[in-house]
Design a protein around this ligand. Structure first.
Ligand SMILES: [Zn+2]
Length: 259
């Protein structure tokens, strides 16, 4: 038996390394209409994209990543025209992801970077599962919208006290409010009391992310099978949706009073 040819071994290693970096480095493409985006903003968005892709890879396993395409609009009218064309249900959106074109459309604002953090979640999630329950899709996007990368390069998903205070008000009857949010999908989520639906979804996803990541992952994995969220929470969360609703509210009360 002859020893492995070092040239072939090197080539093979290079090929492996290349395909590995291709599969793991999430790329972002920026296009602008009537505006500019700075290199600093691009850098922050690209850095977050890598962390978000890593999060989804942890849940679903690694996958060949499609580049994320973001079109940024400086002109409000032009942006709203695209919203109408893509039939966006939400009133006055800052950005959205279109399944049809696999593109994110974002309005240039002071919140540009955070809006991109949010929309990228939808784009990456769609790559793994094209029928995600709305609360889970928006809840996770809202969590990453509030995230930042710390000085050690780790992602920190922040909890804002004012968000918690709003959720506490919305959860006067915790189980009723949470079950209703879990059931809403598509237009029903976006067209009626959207602000409330977003905040409650954020609280549910944030609570699970910070306290029961294993259950959050399980829900994300199981929804691929299109089973209803309420059934899944009853199965995976000890005490079912009533315990879950009470715990989400208690977590918000603790967080609102912390710091
Ligand atoms: Zn969203």
């Amino acid at each position: 038996m002859s020893a492995a040819n070092p040239v072939y071994t090197c080539l093979l290693l290079l090929l492996l390394l290349f395909s590995f970096s291709e599969a793991t480095a999430q790329k972002v493409q920026f296009l602008t209409r009537s505006c500019k985006i700075t290199e600093v903003e691009k850098g922050k968005i690209r850095e977050m994209a890598v962390h978000e892709a890593a999060f989804f890879a942890e849940v679903f396993g690694p996958k060949k990543l499609m580049p994320l395409r973001i079109i940024i609009y400086g002109n409000r009218l032009e942006f709203y025209t695209v919203c109408m064309r893509e039939k966006v249900a939400l009133r006055r959106p800052q950005g959205f992801y279109s399944h049809r074109t696999r593109t994110m459309y974002v309005l240039k604002s002071d919140n540009l970077v955070r809006t991109c953090f949010h929309e990228m979640v939808h784009a990456i999630y769609h790559n793994y599962n094209n029928k995600v329950p709305t609360w889970l899709n928006e809840g996770i996007a809202e969590c990453f919208e509030r995230a930042h990368i710390d000085s050690t390069g780790k992602i920190q998903v922040m909890v804002n006290r004012s968000d918690c205070k709003k959720v506490i008000n919305y959860l006067e009857k915790p189980e009723k409010a949470i079950n209703s949010c879990l059931r809403k999908s598509g237009r029903r989520f976006y067209e009626y009391q959207a602000h409330k639906n977003y905040k409650i979804s954020w609280a549910m996803a944030g609570f699970l992310y910070h306290n029961h990541k294993d259950i959050l992952f399980k829900l994300m994995q199981e929804t691929v099978t299109r089973r209803k969220s309420i059934l899944l929470i009853n199965e995976y969360y000890e005490g079912g949706t009533s315990r879950f609703a009470a715990d989400v509210k208690n977590w918000c009360v603790q967080q609102a009073g912390a710091g």
